[in-house]
Design a protein around this ligand. Structure first.
Ligand code: SF4
Ligand code: ZN
Length: 333
């Protein structure tokens, strides 16, 4: 197959766009599409300071790279979850983020869950009997918002792609989670202490972000987080991939169709936010879920009730990390 732009050998065919591109023509197309998505949803401008939540994976690192290539003021924010597993997951992920920070000359902020909460994610999971992903999601949302406020970023950008968004939408529709449906949109405007959040890769498939990372030689962590293996969204992704294979463009139509009727769920979003009585971050209850989680962890630790012994291999290598900041020679910093 030949590249539609220059007729050289294509490296990717995107049936939903009926478009084949070679490695030289792929990045310009990808960047142009990113820019168009940013403008379509009025995500941010070149006057804004963008904080990109990076995990070390292909999506978030490609996003950081692409925003930088497009000339946006985008710094990285990495949350060290303290997950070791069989592949030293968090340490590897952090390394990949630092490598890209150095390469593109941007600042990477690092915050450690072990240091802030008092225990890394595997221990929090055991101490609170919560699913790892539920505790992790809560902590990540809290840190991102708090850090963006404190460091005066205008907007938080995440690397969620089309496959992620459609799987989450599918799950929310199956369970009729009206509150989640109301908040599922590529742009959530700032309100009552919550920073603006955007997803500039919402129209790219996982394959497209992978190809961007490969073409631009972005080193990323290929292993999944060990807790991702059992996630229900993975089975939804498989199912949706079959539908997409049979009728290319199905995922995009499903997502865009939902965006058009999303207003129907808007009243579910209208819950008033108040500052948490402990930390001041916005919440719907007197004490926010994060502060309650921290309190729970402290209580269980001081009571020294061993719920499940953390395996030595899991505990090894987990060390609190200082708030690190890699200031590289960026002209704007
Ligand atoms: Fe956190 Fe779960 Fe994602 Fe792992 S898979 S990074 S635990 S949300
Ligand atoms: Zn709080």
């Amino acid at each position: 197959m030949k590249c539609r732009k220059c007729l050289k050998k294509a490296i990717i065919y995107m049936p939903e766009h009926r478009l084949a591109l070679c490695s030289a023509c792929y990045s310009p197309w990808f960047l142009d599409y990113t820019e168009r998505t940013i403008r379509k949803f009025k995500m941010f401008s070149r006057r804004d300071r963008v904080l990109v939540a990076v995990s070390g994976g292909k999506d978030s690192l490609s996003l950081w790279h692409a925003l930088n290539a497009l000339g946006y003021e985008a710094d990285g924010f990495y949350i060290d979850l303290g997950i070791v597993g069989s592949n030293n997951y968090s340490e590897q992920s952090k390394q990949r983020c630092f490598e890209l920070a150095e390469r593109i000359g941007r600042r990477l902020h690092v915050v450690s869950v072990a240091e802030e909460v008092g225990a890394p994610i595997p221990e929090i999971k055991d101490l609170t009997a919560r699913e790892a992903c539920s505790a992790c999601g809560l902590i990540k949302r809290y840190f991102m918002n708090r850090y963006a406020l404190e460091a005066e970023y205008n907007v938080i950008a995440t690397g969620h792609n089309l496959d992620d968004e459609v799987a989450v939408l599918f799950s929310n529709v199956l369970n009729w989670n009206r509150g989640y449906l109301a908040r599922q949109y590529p742009v959530l405007d700032e309100r009552e202490g919550l920073k603006k959040k955007v997803k500039p890769f919402v129209y790219f498939t996982e394959k497209q972000t992978t190809v961007y990372a490969l073409v631009n030689r972005i080193a990323y962590v290929r292993d999944e987080c060990p807790y991702a293996l059992g996630a229900t969204t993975l089975s939804y992704k498989d199912l949706l991939a079959q539908l997409e294979h049979q009728a290319p463009g199905t995922k995009r139509r499903f997502l865009d169709g939902f965006y058009q009727i999303r207003a129907l769920f808007a009243e579910a979003e209208a819950t008033a936010l108040v500052p948490c009585s402990r930390c001041g971050q916005p919440t719907t209850t007197e004490v926010c879920a994060y502060c309650r989680l921290v309190e729970h962890v402290e209580r269980r630790r001081s009571a020294a009730v061993p719920v499940r012994k953390v395996a030595a291999s899991e505990a090894a290598g987990v060390r609190p990390i200082e708030h690190e900041e890699l200031s590289l020679h960026h002209p704007g910093s």
